[in-house]
Design a protein around this ligand. Structure first.
Ligand code: 13P
Ligand code: SF4
Length: 303
């Protein structure tokens, strides 16, 4: 609409005037992806945040993404346009429960998915994202590790290594709900399409996948593949990013139910308001930040 395109331009001008960079996750609503300087997966968002020379980082996504930026950039102002956007999976582990479990397991190293709070990262040895989980696992010397909070991501990574991986019973309510029946029906409807799945899907769904990727990994895979049709086993916001990157290819959602409520909470107006009023600032308490930074930086250092 005209109102949106005016707001889009006003946001671009304000971001420039305030030396702000707008980062958006690949699941954000289309108009948020379109107004951002950079879109990406969780790993790319944290690398961008760490490297930017902007004064202000506007982080469009869910809380753990803004917290990761704040962990890496203590001298910058990190703003969350809608501070109410959380990640239900991140809430499935607390620092207290994690410390207790690590002790029970004799102190083995803990790999924590970035979909977690700063306080949980602070009691972890290293972080990972869906893009680097196998690499992170293989850099650890210990042949036994605890992975938290996503049991599906942990099972996926465990199958690719000889290490013993202890699971945490967390999951993404949306990815975890994608069923084999739904995927099979989608494959039957689109017999020429390749099926790409996110590692947060259940093991039986991952077995049906032609490729298992992070969100940006899916964008790259679609570009490199000779196929021109794909069924997408992740949050439907990615379809906008995929069609933008590869307008000549066709993308079908594996399920139109795969919609992350919290990712859809960001509006253009929120971005304008937070930049104008410097509201929605995310700050991580310093003693937690230092420890969490150690776990995040170890992950970023792995090439
Ligand atoms: P990516 O890091 O693959 O973008 O995934 C983030 C996420 O929240 C998946 O549900
Ligand atoms: Fe969290 Fe799932 Fe939403 Fe990703 S899609 S942010 S894991 S609830």
């Amino acid at each position: 609409t005209t109102k949106n395109s005016t707001l889009h331009q006003k946001i671009r001008d304000l971001a420039k005037a305030k030396k702000a960079i707008i980062l958006a996750h690949n699941y954000q609503p289309a108009q948020i992806q379109d107004v951002a300087d950079v879109c990406g997966d969780s790993l790319e968002m944290s690398i961008k945040a760490a490297a930017t020379d902007a004064d202000i980082i506007v982080c469009c996504g869910v809380r753990f993404m803004a917290e990761t930026a704040a962990i890496l950039c203590p001298d910058k102002i990190v703003l969350m346009p809608n501070p109410e956007a959380g990640c239900p999976m991140a809430d499935m582990v607390t620092p207290e429960a994690l410390v207790k479990r690590k002790k029970e397991l004799g102190g083995i190293p803990v790999i924590t998915y970035v979909n977690s709070s700063a306080a949980v990262k602070a009691v972890s040895d290293i972080c990972c994202t869906s893009a680097n989980v196998v690499k992170v696992l293989n850099t650890l010397k210990s042949d036994e590790v605890l992975m938290t909070p996503d049991r599906n991501l942990a099972r996926y990574a465990a199958a690719k290594t000889d290490k013993k991986v202890h699971l945490w019973e967390g999951y993404c309510p949306f990815h975890n709900d994608l069923s084999v029946e739904t995927v099979k029906a989608s494959k039957a409807a689109h017999p020429k399409a390749l099926f790409m799945a996110h590692p947060e899907c259940t093991p039986d769904v991952l077995e049906l996948a032609d490729s298992i990727q992070s969100t940006s990994g899916m964008i790259r895979f679609a570009g490199e593949s000779s196929a021109d049709q794909f069924i997408i086993g992740t949050e439907t916001g990615l379809l906008h990013a995929l069609s933008k990157a590869h307008p000549e290819k066709t993308f079908f959602p594996a399920s139109d139910q795969l919609l992350c409520t919290d990712m859809k909470k960001t509006r253009l107006q929120h971005i304008w308001d937070c930049l104008e009023n410097m509201s929605g600032r995310v700050v991580v308490e310093e003693s937690i930040r230092i420890k969490a930074m150690d776990a995040v930086k170890k992950m970023i250092a792995i090439k």
